[in-house]
Structures are given as C-alpha cells and as structure tokens.
Design a protein around this ligand. Structure first.
Ligand SMILES: Nc1nc2c(c(=O)[nH]1)N[C@H]1C(S)=C(S)[C@@H](COP(=O)(O)O)O[C@H]1N2
Ligand SMILES: [Mo]
Length: 250
C-alpha cells in the first residue's frame, strides 16, 4: 500500500472524508426530505433533484457525495446543475480517429443488442454496492461500427454536464464488460444516476463510469479525465490502483 497514492483521492474527493458543518446540515436536510417522500412519492423525485441541485450550488467542489442516491449509492456531480435529457433530445456522438463518425439517439441505442451483467460497484472513497445489474450496448460494438483507425490508442468520454470526462486505453475499451449503459438496477437510468445514458466500466472504480454520457472520441493517446487530473489513477482497476486493496469487482 503506497500512502502517497492513498492520500490523493481523499484530498480531491473530500465529501465522505471530512465531516464539515455544511456536510452535516446537508445530510440532515436529506433525511428530512426522505421522510417526506413516503407521503408524496411522485413529487419526491423532482423535489430531490431540486434539492441536490441547490446542495451542489452551496459546494460545487463535491459535497454532494454525502447525499444518498438510493440503494446504497451516493449522488455525485462535479457541476451544480445538469440539463435533463430524454428520448427526444438525447444524442451520443462517436467521433475522432474513426472512419465513420456516428450520432445515436436513445432509440438507436435501444435498438442495438443489449448486454446485462450483475457485479459489485466500488467507489474509490470506500463505499460498495453489491450485485448491481447494468444493461446496455457494449462499447466495443460502437467502436467497431465507427471503424477505429490504425494509429488510435485511446478513447475519451465527455458528458452533457459540460465538465466531467473520462478515458480508457483502446485495449481496455474493447473489453466485453464495458457498456454504454441504458439501464441500472433493472430500470432505465434516471437523471441522478447519469441517465439516460452512462458509461459502465465493470472492472474499475466507479469514477470511470461517467454519468450523462454524450461523447465518445477515439484519440491517439490517453487524456486523463476530470478526477485523474486531480490525482486519481488512470488505470483504475478495483483493488489494484489508487493505493487500495478492495476485492475486485470482476
Ligand atoms: N458526469 C459525472 N460522472 C460521474 C461523476 C460525476 O461527478 N460526474 N462521479 C463519478 C463518481 S466519483 C462516482 S462514485 C459515480 C457515482 O454514481 P452515482 O451518482 O450514480 O452513485 O459516478 C461517477 N461518474
Ligand atoms: Mo466515486
């Protein structure tokens, strides 16, 4: 265990690590809201999203990591608000070093063969959610459809939150356990979990699974993603990176 590596994620993703006074207020507020939801289920989703938005506004550096996101997950966003996308306005582009750049609608993606897998989710800050189903289109299929050019070496992912990004080497991106996911927990992916489409990188820490996915760009070299520029490992294998020794998820 390399202490230098272990420190970095904590420093750059503070929410779970530091019990700041603001953190406590946000958490208490959320618990109150949860009780309300029992009475008013249909309005809760909107109310919760509004609340998450305003909580993030108070601390855009990531306090939202404290907020429950259902089923053991925590809500993360590096921006204070994220536009909502649906079947009418969602688009995913595949471009860069490819022969045929493509743009997919949600229906286009739904029409492709879907792969479902059930594995644990592990966040680099320590929380883990067992046996979580994800379902979607294999990333390798979309890369093949676009025709990756010979000199390519990596894939970059961008998001319609306008800030987050991720990356994989081309070899990693071609693994069969990496999905452009449309469903999570056997439901269409909701807004707070990065819907309608998020990346799912089964063998790596959950920060690789970019929410609100809007762009897949084939590049020559790996370009470190949002958290990777802030200290996280680019090769984020669960249990073999970031100075951690969690059980692998695959
Ligand atoms: N666009 C975007 N994707 C993201 C993040 C983010 O802040 N923005 N956070 C990452 C991290 S650190 C985690 S642990 C998971 C959290 O996913 P959840 O909000 O569905 O629990 O999303 C990952 N993908
Ligand atoms: Mo995370």
């Amino acid at each position: 265990m390399n202490p230098e590596r272990a420190e970095k994620p904590e420093a750059s993703e503070p929410p779970e690590e530091r019990g700041t006074p603001i953190g406590r207020r946000v958490l208490l507020g959320t618990l109150g809201l949860g009780a309300l939801g029992v009475l008013a289920a249909p309005t809760l989703q909107r109310g919760l999203e509004g609340f998450l938005g305003s909580a993030a506004e108070k601390d855009p550096t990531g306090l939202t990591g404290l907020l429950p996101n259902g089923g053991g997950f925590r809500y993360y966003s590096v921006t204070s608000s994220v536009p909502h996308k649906n079947a009418a306005n969602y688009r995913l582009t595949v471009d860069g070093l490819v022969d045929t750049p493509k743009t997919y609608t949600l229906d286009d993606l739904r029409a492709l063969p879907q792969t479902r897998m059930v594995k644990d989710v592990q966040c680099v800050t320590g929380w883990r959610v067992p046996d979580t189903p994800f379902e979607g289109v294999r990333l390798s299929r979309l890369l093949d459809a676009a025709g990756v050019r010979a000199k390519s070496g990596a894939v970059r992912f961008t998001c319609f939150d306008g800030a987050y990004s991720e990356s994989l080497t081309l070899d990693q991106a071609r693994r069969s356990d990496i999905l452009v996911a449309l469903r999570m927990q056997d439901k269409d992916i909701g807004h707070n979990h990065g819907g309608p489409v998020r990346l799912y990188v089964a063998p790596m820490y959950f920060y690789k699974s970019a929410k609100w996915l809007s762009g897949i760009t084939v590049t020559e070299d790996v370009r470190p993603g949002y958290w990777e520029e802030r200290g996280y490992d680019v090769d984020a294998w669960v249990g073999r990176s970031n100075g951690r020794d969690d059980d692998p998820t695959t």
